[in-house]
Structure formats: C-alpha cells, structure tokens
Design a protein around this ligand. Sequence first.
Ligand code: SAM
Length: 300
Amino acid sequence: MDMKASLTKFTEITNQQFQENSFKNLFCTVEDQFHFNSTTVKAIQLLDGQLNNLSSEDKEALLLDYINGFVRTFYQIDPYTNFSNEDKSIMKQIYLLLLRDIINKFPIEKIEKRHYERIRWLIKKTNPAIYQINNNSNIKAKHFVCAEYSSAFQLDLLSIDKRFLIEPILDIGCGKHGYLVEYFRAQHLEAYGIDCLKKNSHYFYNCNWLEFSYGHKKWGTIISHLSFNSHFLHHYLQNNGLDIVYAQTYMRILESLIPGGSWIYTPAVPFIENLLPLEEYIVNRTWIGADFYKTIITKL
Ligand SMILES: C[S@@+](CC[C@H](N)C(=O)[O-])C[C@H]1O[C@@H](n2cnc3c(N)ncnc32)[C@H](O)[C@@H]1O
C-alpha cells in the first residue's frame, strides 16, 4: 500500500476506534475499558514501518484528523465540553507522543496504557466537569442529548421572517449541517455560520465560539438556537468559572452588532439580559413553551 492509501486507512481506523470508545466512561472506577481494538493494533503495526518516512505535510494531516475525531467524540457525548485552541495543541502533543511510543516499539499494552493516561490527564485539566460527573462505577459515560434542527423548525420557533432580516447574518453554533445558513444562502442572503463541528468552507468557520473574532459593528442579525446561550446557562448554573468567559464573549457578541441590528436566541439568559444598559439595548423576551423563552436584543 502506498503512503497516501495507508494514511487514509489509518484515519478510518482511528475514527472507528473513536466511535467504539465514545460511550465508555474514561473515568470508570471499577474497570479500565480503554484498549486498542484489533484493527487499531494492526494499523499501528502497519504505520510502524512507515512512520519515519512520513512527510511533515502527511504528519500534519494525520494530526488534524486525529484532533477533529477527538473533539467530535467528546461533543457527541457531552455537548458542554469545551476545547480551546490551546487544548487542541496539547492534543497534538499527546498524539505525537503516541507516534513516538510506536516508533520506540513499546509493547501495545504499554502504548495504550500511556496513551489513555495522557487523555485522562488532558480531560481532567481542560474539562474538570467531565471528570467530576464520570468519576464513578458507571461503565457508560454520562450522555447529554444534542440535536440539530431543520431550518423550518428554527425559523418557526424563533419567529423569524426572512424579509425583515438585516444582513450580514451570523448563526452561532450553526450545527454540523448548518441548515439555517444554507437556507438563507439559498434565499440569496449573506449568511455565515460558526460551529466547532462544521468544516471550514466559504461561509462556515470551524471554531470555538469563545475564540471567534466577532468584530465590531459588523453583523446585522445574529442567531443562536439552542447553542451559545444554552451553554452559557449551563456553565452559569454550574458556577464553574467558564461562565465568566461566556459573559465576556456575550458582551463581545453584542458589540459586534451594527446599530439597529439584533441578536435572536434561545434559551433566554435573564441573569445577564437584566443588566444590559437600557440606553444601549432593547431586550425583548418571549415565552415559547414549557420553561423556554426566546430573546431578541436590539442594539440602539
Ligand atoms: C444543540 S446544537 C444546535 C445546532 C443548531 N443551532 C440547531 O438548532 O440545529 C448545538 C451546536 O453547538 C455547537 N457547539 C457546542 N459547543 C461549541 C463551541 N464551544 N464552539 C462552537 N460550537 C459549539 C455544537 O457543535 C452543536 O452543533
């Protein structure tokens, strides 16, 4: 097999391994369920002979695939996971250490033990809440549901009439498929989306919404349906420190609206909305069913 084919195969196998591990509890106190499966072991053996010949380009591509797979796996189980760019560079180092252990021809059991210990360390450091809720005898990790909704559903729930939207539009946490952005684009509206699971392309940005450069007086409409503000609320209730970063980002998002522009979102976050200066923002909160409220903030 040539190098390109081996790398593609290796990425497929890594993804299978991620998938297989995804629901397991990394911090289970009674059993260590984290082992490489037989396909991964074969892939390691396959890669072993070729690692020294990897070009730096191939290595980068391999690392990027690994990081994306890693992030995807954690978000799939716990959408409140947060990985900054700095955390991703630590992931990269962990993967390089794994490759080094393979080159050093350590026995497979030793390689996997060292690898998963590093992963546990990383999660404890970057997302202590994951450790706290999973440090128990449960075999399965605590799982939160995270769904993506059709554009029709979102437009209806948020009562958005496309004729009155001010462009450009930004959808924060647009989802892996970016349905709303695709819908607006099909209507010839200038729309963009950001999401940590969306691949970069012409009008989509793969990024953490806490690290995105929103700009200043830039957006006519910002939308975030069950995304940024659900997470803000979650971290606020957890009182885990990340709520402060969310509050700062919330203010940066408001600053990025043009005068007359609006941010439409659900769920409402009254604890911060009630603090906004009345001479700068109009806050309009509407009940949309059960315990849910949507908010429209208009910049004056
Ligand atoms: C419940 S889904 C909602 C998606 C879309 N707004 C919808 O209603 O269909 C939440 C989205 O937020 C994204 N997300 C979670 N944390 C994020 C972060 N820190 N930065 C960027 N996107 C994030 C997830 O990848 C997911 O697509």
